[in-house]
Design a binder for this molecule. Structure first.
Ligand SMILES: [Zn+2]
Length: 207
């Protein structure tokens, strides 16, 4: 917490003057083109590994980068509704990561789910274990594909994807190497987003 307060003080002194104009513009409204669904893990910092700026992403973070399937009405689904209907985002990204504590808990739980809030929440990712994979990083990669499937159970997402108004993407962040992977072939066909693969992905994107 001390680092946070000192950071705010430091920001006022050094960076606030540089970004004041940006924030003054953003104060008039937000127009992010993507909803970014990531894990709450403190190391998953999209502003660092994807060079994003304020205003770029509408973010939902929770334990295990989970989107409950339809007809759930919890906070993640409320955020989804706001992103697609009010902000009219064109892309939804689910981002998993290595060494994910939620996936570790999922792997350890097996079918032994208790009634704790965390266990109840992780049920939305339980189907990722159906592939019989025990290692948590592979489980995390499968979970990204599973959450994309969960997203598609929401009628609005399904319709907008079909009409071409919405595109879904899966990312996976390797913390140790600081590398980011793109899900090409679900559930575990990922490619490293380097110059070559990044250009291919960019070429496919309409906007
Ligand atoms: Zn995590």
């Amino acid at each position: 917490m001390k680092k946070l307060i000192k950071g705010i003080m430091d920001f006022r002194k050094t960076r606030q003057p540089l970004v004041r104009e940006t924030f003054a513009r953003l104060a008039l409204g937000q127009f992010p083109d993507a909803l970014f669904i990531a894990c709450s893990d403190s190391r998953v910092a999209a502003n660092v590994f994807a060079s994003t700026d304020p205003g770029d992403l509408f973010v939902i973070r929770n334990v295990g980068n989970i989107m409950p399937p339809h007809p759930d009405t919890g906070s993640a689904v409320a955020g989804l509704e706001f992103a697609i209907h009010t902000l009219k985002v064109r892309h939804i990204i689910v981002c998993g990561h290595s060494d994910c504590g939620a996936m570790r808990a999922l792997a350890q739980n097996g079918n032994d789910f208790k009634e704790s809030p965390l266990d109840r929440w992780l049920r939305h990712a339980k189907a990722a274990t159906d592939h019989g994979v025990a290692d948590q990083d592979t489980l995390s990669k499968i979970n990204v594909a599973l959450q994309l499937s969960n997203l598609r159970t929401h009628p609005a997402v399904k319709d907008m994807e079909k009409s071409g108004d919405l595109t879904l993407h899966g990312l996976w962040f390797d913390i140790r190497k600081a590398d980011v992977y793109y899900l090409e072939n679900p559930p575990i066909g990922y490619v490293l987003i380097d110059d070559t693969e990044g250009e291919k992905i960019l070429h496919r994107l309409k906007d």
